[in-house]
Design a protein around this ligand. Structure first.
Ligand SMILES: Cc1cc2nc3c(=O)[nH]c(=O)nc-3n(C[C@H](O)[C@H](O)[C@H](O)COP(=O)(O)OP(=O)(O)OC[C@H]3O[C@@H](n4cnc5c(N)ncnc54)[C@H](O)[C@@H]3O)c2cc1C
Length: 478
């Protein structure tokens, strides 16, 4: 009987356990257990569902969607019978603002991140100076020069240095900075372009100019699919459905794994369960043939550094923290609100206690709040995410309301308020990350039965978590 441990029940670990269950592992020659430190599965993924006199509110406490382009989360949803729940983002209203000097400025449309697919938005956007417009035009005319300067195999650089080479400093600060901070909670001067924008690195290699590369693409025909996809009842449903397909006895909640050692061909894990805590704090030891580690990078590092010092070195990565403040405004209070049309805003160079972004959640996904209600999801990230982590919920709500009122106009008292903290939740893929991941894969391969999944390695989005978790389960059972 092959024994498999999955450690960590976020999206990646739950997907791994679900795949093990799906392959009928429990009935055959394989047994598995999923260990989760907290009292629920989902990790950063969590949906609050609230009923008020006005109706039902679906409030995402972490991620709110997956990018449609990557198929793995959608495939899983369909497999779990959730096809009728699949909800595309309301792209008729897809536009984003930049909060600069207390003013919301519309970001140009028809862009793939900072790269335009048509010229009109660049010419008309109030966001750019004439110098930035000229930099865009120059990029399109400099294909040969940019091809010569393109990153070679094995080379890496920061996102900032890559974007500056193409579009200059203003576009780097005005567009790339806020966009990358919004996705990775990170700093463009530090993030690895090869890790976080591999498609652009490939385009540079093939076309030199990124504008030329995008404009040379043939239209796919038919309307473009929505950029984001979610579930009508919230992303937690994906986790709940996977959990329902895993035998209850294979899930051990409130059971943090505190140690991992390798003896002979077996992995031994040490864990504290609710039961052992009640009986003299005696840790339990269990042994396994395969271990799927789906814990956050700093936990994985603490577990693996004693196994081999190089795990300690390779998993030593920064991770940014986020605080989410969701505020719901009842229909009776929203008549005089003047929230602009769009998906939300990003803040230009936020100060150390400033919101990094705000999503207009009721506009981004339709039908998830009572008719006429407004739901804002505000984020503190970067330095503010760290600095404000221990502030009380009340103080965070008051701080967010003050800043949102300055950006969006006076706001009434919210009918619903919710705060979630996600400390060290987004690992920073620093320059050199891809090479470091190759080294990590080679080291991991020296330890048969060890599998690393989660957002520290090859992508932070939910589709990547699903793909990695399921792949690891298949490998572990093969
Ligand atoms: C604020 C925010 C917004 C985001 N928005 C989006 C979005 O809209 N779309 C998108 O695709 N992605 C988004 N992401 C990224 C995505 O949500 C995460 O990358 C992903 O959910 C991480 O999944 P995971 O399984 O790697 O880890 P986690 O969700 O961190 O789960 C790890 C689990 O391990 C458990 N654990 C920790 N230590 C132990 C231990 N010792 N023993 C046992 N268990 C342990 C934890 O309790 C946790 O349940 C967002 C991230 C954040 C922080």
């Amino acid at each position: 009987m092959k024994r498999i441990a999955v450690i960590g029940g976020g999206m990646s670990g739950t997907a791994a356990a679900y795949q093990l269950a799906r392959e009928g592992a429990q009935d055959g020659n394989v047994a598995f257990t999923l260990y989760e430190a907290s009292s629920r599965l989902g990790g950063i993924v969590e949906t609050a569902r609230v009923e008020t006199a006005d109706g039902r509110w679906i409030i995402e406490c972490g991620p709110d969607a997956w990018v449609t382009e990557k198929p793995w989360a959608r495939e899983l949803a369909v497999e779990l019978g959730l096809e009728s729940e699949i909800l595309p983002s309301n792209d008729a209203k897809r536009q984003t603002y930049l909060l600069r000097s207390d003013q919301l400025v519309l970001m140009p449309k028809d862009m793939r991140m900072m790269v335009p697919t048509t010229w009109e938005p660049i010419e008309s956007s109030p966001l750019f100076s004439d110098e930035a417009r000229a930099a865009y035009r120059r990029e399109a005319e400099s294909a040969a020069k940019l091809t010569a300067l393109a990153l070679k195999d094995g080379e890496d650089e920061s996102v900032a240095s890559f974007v500056r080479r193409h579009f200059g400093d203003e576009v780097t600060r005005t567009l790339a900075g806020p966009l990358l901070a919004g996705i990775f909670g990170g700093d463009v001067e530090m993030l690895s372009v090869r890790a976080v924008m591999p498609a652009f690195v490939k385009m540079e290699r093939e076309h030199g100019s990124l504008i030329a590369a995008l404009q040379s693409r043939k239209p796919s025909g038919g309307p473009a699919p929505a950029v984001f996809t979610t579930l009508a009842s919230g992303l937690q449903t994906l986790v709940d459905r996977m959990q329902a397909a895993i035998p209850a006895e294979a899930i051990r909640l409130e059971t943090p794994v505190t140690g991992l050692t390798r003896k002979g061909s077996k992995w031994h894990i040490t864990l504290f369960s609710k039961v052992t805590l009640q009986t003299d704090h005696i840790p339990q030891n269990e042994s396994f043939d395969e271990v799927i580690l789906a814990t956050p990078a700093h936990v994985t590092r603490a577990l693996l550094a004693p196994v081999h010092a190089d795990f300690g070195r390779l998993l030593d990565m920064e991770a940014s923290s986020a605080i989410i403040v969701a505020l719901g405004f009842a229909p009776k209070d929203t008549r005089n609100l003047q929230i602009p049309e769009g998906f939300g805003y990003l803040t230009f160079q936020p100060g150390p206690e400033d919101l990094m972004a705000c999503t207009f959640a009721d506009q981004k996904y339709l039908g998830r709040v009572p008719a006429g209600a407004v739901l804002l999801r505000a984020f503190f990230g970067g330095e503010a995410g760290l600095r404000l982590m221990s502030e009380s919920d009340e103080a965070l709500i008051a701080r967010a309301l003050r800043q949102l009122s300055a950006a969006l106009g006076p706001l009434p008292a919210p009918a619903l308020r919710l705060v979630r903290r996600a400390p060290r939740s987004l690992p920073q893929y620093a320059v050199g990350h891809p090479a470091r991941m190759e080294e990590l894969a080679a080291l991991t391969a020296q330890f048969p039965g060890l599998h690393l999944v989660g957002n520290a390695y090859h992508g932070v989005g939910l589709p990547d978590m699903v793909r990695q978790g399921r792949e690891a389960a298949r490998k572990a059972t093969s």
